[in-house]
Design a protein around this ligand. Structure first.
Ligand SMILES: [Zn+2]
Length: 367
C-alpha cells in the first residue's frame, strides 16, 4: 500500500507529490486520469497481481503498472499492508486505533516495506524498567507504554505527593497512594489494555532491555546514581538518565555498557572542570541536609523531558542511535532552548577499556 502517513499534494495538473517534509517528499510526474485512479487502488486491499489486473481494467498495460509500482517502491512510498495488519492484529480495536499514528510514523523512520511492522512487533516484546515514579519517571513510563512497549515496570517506594503529579504521569487523585501502584496503573491506562487492573509484573523475565533512571529529585544525570550504575554496568544493561534539576531538564547519557561513554565519564569530566565537584556530589547523592527543600520541577519542562527520554528510549530499542548516546540533551526552563552536549569517554574512567583476556586453562583442565 502507499504509506497512509504521506500527504498527496498536486504541484500542477499532472504532478503529484507524496509527503510534505523534504526528507520524505517524492514526486510522481505525468499523472493522467488512469494513473491517478491506479494510485488510488494501492491502498493495501489488493496484492500485486490483483493491482496489475485492476490497472489493466483502467486501460494501463502491464509494464506500465509494474514500472509504476517499482518506482513507488524505489521512492520508499510503499509499505507492506499484510505485515502491518499482522503486527496490529492482536490488539483490541481502540488500542489499534491508538497505535495507528505511531505505526504511520514508524513507516517513515523505517522506510522499507514491513520494517514498521517489525519494529512494532519488537516493541511489543520489549521490557523497559523505569526507576523513579515522580513527575518525570511516571510520565516516561506512561509514554513508553502508549507507544507500544509491551512491558513497562516501574520501581519506586513511598507514597505519591502533590509534587509527583503531572498530566502525563500521576493524577492528583493519586496523592497518598503507593507510588509503584499508582505508576503501574498509569502505565496500564496509557497502554490502552483491557480491564481495570494491570497484570502483575512478570517474574523472572530476565533483565530489561533498558533501564530509565529517573529519581524524583532530578539529580540522576548529575550524580550518575553510582550504586545503580555500577550494578547496571556489571550486568551489561543499557540505561538512560533523565531528570529536571533546578531550571534544567537533562536527558542522557544513554549508556550502553562497554560501548559508549558512561555516567562515570561525565562525573570525571565535571571534576576536571571543577575540582570541588566530588565533595558537592557526595552531598547531592546522599540524604544529607544539603539537598533542595523543594526541588524545582517546571511541569511543562518535566513533560518535555519525559517525552524526549521516551523518544530516545524507543529510538535506541528500535535500532537508531539517539543523541543521548555519547552525549546528553538539555532543555532550559529559563529560555526554552534545547541543546545537545557531547560526552567523550574519559580516559581515567575505564568503562571502555578492553576486557582482560580470560586466564588460560591449565594442563589439568581446571582454572
Ligand atoms: Zn565511563
Amino acid at each position: 500500500m502507499l504509506k497512509p502517513a504521506l500527504s498527496r499534494l498536486w504541484r500542477d495538473e499532472r504532478t503529484l507529490q507524496f509527503g510534505t517534509v523534504r526528507r520524505h517528499a517524492r514526486v510522481v510526474e505525468q499523472v493522467d486520469q488512469g494513473i491517478a485512479a491506479f494510485l488510488e487502488l494501492v491502498d493495501g486491499s489488493r496484492d500485486t497481481p490483483e493491482l496489475i489486473a485492476a490497472g489493466q481494467g483502467l486501460g494501463l498495460d502491464r509494464p506500465a503498472c509494474e514500472g509504476l509500482l517499482a518506482s513507488l517502491a524505489r521512492g520508499d512510498l510503499l509499505d507492506d499492508a499484510e505485515a502491518l495488519e499482522a503486527a496490529l492484529g492482536g490488539y483490541p480495536p481502540p488500542r489499534r486505533e491508538m497505535l495507528g499514528p505511531d505505526a504511520a510514523a514508524l513507516s517513515l523512520v523505517h522506510p522499507e516495506p514491513g520494517e514498521a511492522a517489525d519494529v512494532l512487533t519488537a516493541r511489543r516484546r520489549t521490557r523497559v524498567e523505569v526507576r523513579g515514579a515522580g513527575r518525570v519517571g511516571a510520565a516516561v513510563a506512561a509514554v513508553l507504554a502508549a507507544g507500544g512497549t509491551g512491558t513497562v515496570t516501574v520501581v519506586d517506594r513511598g507514597r505519591v505527593t502533590g509534587r509527583d503529579c503531572a498530566p502525563a504521569g500521576l493524577p492528583a487523585t493519586d496523592v497518598g497512594r503507593l507510588r509503584t501502584t499508582a505508576a503501574r496503573e498509569a502505565v496500564h491506562r496509557a497502554s490502552g489494555a483491557a480491564g481495570d487492573r494491570p497484570r502483575p509484573a512478570p517474574v523472572g523475565a530476565g533483565p530489561p532491555a533498558l533501564v530509565v533512571l529517573a529519581p524524583r529529585d532530578g539529580s540522576a544525570a548529575f550524580t550518575g546514581c553510582a550504586a545503580e550504575a555500577h550494578e547496571l554496568m556489571r550486568a551489561g544493561v543499557p540505561h538512560l538518565y533523565v531528570g529536571v534539576l533546578e531550571h534544567l531538564g537533562v536527558v542522557g547519557p544513554l549508556v550502553v555498557p562497554g560501548a559508549t561513554a558512561c555516567a562515570g565519564c561525565a562525573s570525571l569530566t565535571r571534576q576536571d572542570e571543577d575540582p570541588g565537584w566530588p565533595r558537592l556530589l557526595a552531598q547531592l547523592d546522599g540524604p544529607g541536609p544539603g539537598r533542595a527543600r523543594t526541588p524545582a520541577c517546571d511541569t511543562a519542562l518535566a513533560t518535555a523531558v519525559a517525552g524526549l527520554a521516551a523518544l530516545h528510549t524507543q529510538l535506541y530499542l528500535d535500532g537508531v542511535v539517539p543523541p543521548s548516546v555519547d552525549g546528553w540533551c538539555e532543555i532550559s526552563a529559563a529560555d526554552g532552548m534545547a541543546r545537545r552536549l557531547r560526552l567523550p569517554a574519559h580516559p581515567a574512567c575505564g568503562c571502555l577499556w578492553p576486557a582482560a583476556p580470560a586466564p588460560a586453562t591449565t594442563a589439568g583442565g581446571r582454572r
